[in-house]
Design a protein around this ligand. Structure first.
Ligand SMILES: NC(=O)c1ccc[n+]([C@@H]2O[C@H](COP(=O)([O-])OP(=O)(O)OC[C@H]3O[C@@H](n4cnc5c(N)ncnc54)[C@H](O)[C@@H]3O)[C@@H](O)[C@H]2O)c1
Length: 255
């Protein structure tokens, strides 16, 4: 098989959590462009449905389903629904995530729990449900969206809970990769740098200037900058890669 064919996802089936907007949407579009049928899963079902309608125009089969990644029973049910719809699940991208800012001395327990629930427990619950399906079929690729904040302390924003949750995502990814490697299921993560999405849209001009000046490429990322990494990790082009955290940050973590 030629190298470009090994990047093709024609006939594969995929799901993307947090797929309604931002990075998740961009990765769902990329999967569809590469030929995969895609389920867009999001807590915001109205937006997931409108995103799904747009992606369907790329000529693949698309589903939109409501999912709160912190709800274990719902996670199992929705992953089973996707599996039942297409008869298999080849690719799962777990992108749902939230961010809050607070100096550590002011973080309240409820805020800590909310961030860890969505960003870390949610990734584990989704990976677990997706992994069960993929282990039974003997193949699959799971891609968790972590962050460069799992490796470095981002600035000027202060968010210990977010940083901790993303470091956790990287280590959960490595752990699942080791456990499932011999059974055909690969688990990797992508760690974006500062990326222009609705999550970062509220950032002040000062914050943005700080981020740009700390980035060797002197610009913020765009969601499309992450598409190549996702297609690589989803496809047979990365068939010997597991437990890897692929940083896509314009060089931010070099300094
Ligand atoms: N934007 C950045 O600079 C950046 C950088 C590094 C990592 N990330 C990570 O990338 C991922 C996507 O971020 P984004 O910038 O696209 O954010 P975003 O806010 O634009 O999109 C996040 C999506 O996740 C959904 N979501 C939130 N909570 C959910 C839940 N409990 N269950 C299901 N869906 C839920 C939202 O409805 C939304 O559609 C996140 O995990 C984020 O931490 C973002």
């Amino acid at each position: 098989m030629g190298i470009l064919d090994r990047f093709s996802l024609a006939g594969r089936t995929a799901l993307v959590t947090g797929g309604a907007r931002g990075i998740g949407r961009s990765l769902a579009e990329a999967l569809a462009e590469a030929g995969a049928n895609v389920a867009v899963l999001d807590v915001n079902i109205a937006l997931a449905e409108s995103t799904a309608q747009d992606i369907q125009k790329l000529g693949v089969d698309v589903l939109a389903l409501a999912l709160d990644v912190t709800d274990a029973a719902r996670v199992s049910k929705v992953v089973e629904q996707v599996h039942a719809h297409w008869g298999r699940l080849d690719i799962a991208i777990n992108s749902a995530g939230i961010a809050r800012r607070s100096p550590s001395e002011q973080i309240e327990e409820a805020e800590w729990d909310a961030i860890l629930d969505v960003n870390l427990k949610g990734v584990f619950l989704c990976s677990q449900a997706e992994g069960r399906v993929m282990l039974a079929q003997g193949s699959g690729s799971i891609i968790n969206v972590a962050s460069m904040s799992g490796q470095i302390v981002n600035r000027p924003q202060q968010h210990a809970h977010y940083n901790a949750s993303k470091a956790g995502v990287v280590q959960v990814t490595r752990t699942l990769a080791a456990e499932w490697a011999s059974r055909g299921v690969r688990v990797n993560s992508i760690s974006p740098g500062h990326t222009n999405t609705p999550m970062t849209a509220h950032a002040s001009a000062v914050d943005r200037a700080t981020w740009v000046s700390n980035t060797p490429m002197e610009r913020l990322g765009e969601p499309a900058d992450l598409q190549g990494a996702a297609i690589y990790l989803a496809s047979d082009a990365s068939s010997y890669v597991t437990g890897h955290d692929l940083v896509v940050d314009g060089g931010y973590t070099l300094w």
